[in-house]
Ligand binder design. Structure first.
Ligand code: URA
Length: 214
């Protein structure tokens, strides 16, 4: 099956997901949207009120800012794929809980595996910590790309501030804009293939060497 069809089949398959308690309060699963073969993928936190109603990520104020930032580098939403760590809205837009992230992360790994992006830009702390596998927060790592393996593929992981955090903080918005401006360069970069695992050849027992002791 082509990856596009597989991605859509996967979206349909998880439309009734009940892996965590958020299923009870959601309007719908917000799978993600955009180009299923995108080179650039964004991963946010979780759907909010509007996303839950419309079934599309980043349609509120943070989404408008994301659109503007994309336009600034000559891209639109249809050129990229946008998803979230959680596919269902936490009540009152509270932070994702560890058990919800654990239940949902398999969906994100599968999306990355099928989309095969070259650059994965994580928006804010939750996506950055999950995909980097490290506890270091976004303030310290934003703008610092790293090669890593996600969904079985070598990608450039690029942590940046969450647009919602930059909405009301002009200094953060400036940083987000300048981190965004590096995305075209990162998209053009070759990512080295995963190094082959090194298997040690089993040591076959050498016949004991007779030392000329006598
Ligand atoms: N914030 C997110 O992290 N994701 C959305 O989809 C909307 C707002």
């Amino acid at each position: 099956m082509a990856a596009v069809t597989e991605l859509h089949a996967y979206r349909d398959a998880i439309a009734d997901c009940t892996r965590c308690a958020l299923a009870a309060g959601r309007t719908q699963v917000v799978f993600g949207s955009g180009d299923p073969g995108a080179d650039l993928m964004f991963v946010g936190e979780a759907p909010g009120f509007h996303e839950d109603k419309q079934g599309v990520p980043f349609v509120g104020a943070a989404g408008k800012l994301l659109d503007q930032l994309l336009a600034g580098i000559g891209l639109s939403r249809s050129d990229v794929f946008v998803a979230n760590v959680l596919k269902c809205r936490p009540p009152g837009n509270r932070d994702p809980m560890p058990d919800e992230i654990e239940a949902c992360e398999g969906h994100l790994w599968k999306q990355i595996e099928l989309i095969q992006p070259r650059v994965v830009a994580t928006l804010g702390n939750f996506a950055t910590k999950l995909l980097s596998g490290r506890p270091t927060g976004i303030t310290r790592v934003h703008g610092q790309e790293q090669e890593t393996t996600l969904g079985g593929r070598r990608v450039l992981l690029y942590p940046i501030y969450h647009p919602a955090a930059a909405l009301y903080t002009p200094r953060m918005l400036d940083v987000l804009k300048s981190d965004f401006a590096r995305i075209p360069e990162l998209l053009g970069r070759e990512v080295a293939p995963q190094p082959e695992p090194v298997f040690l050849t089993p040591v076959t027992a050498e016949p004991a060497v007779q030392l000329g002791l006598f």
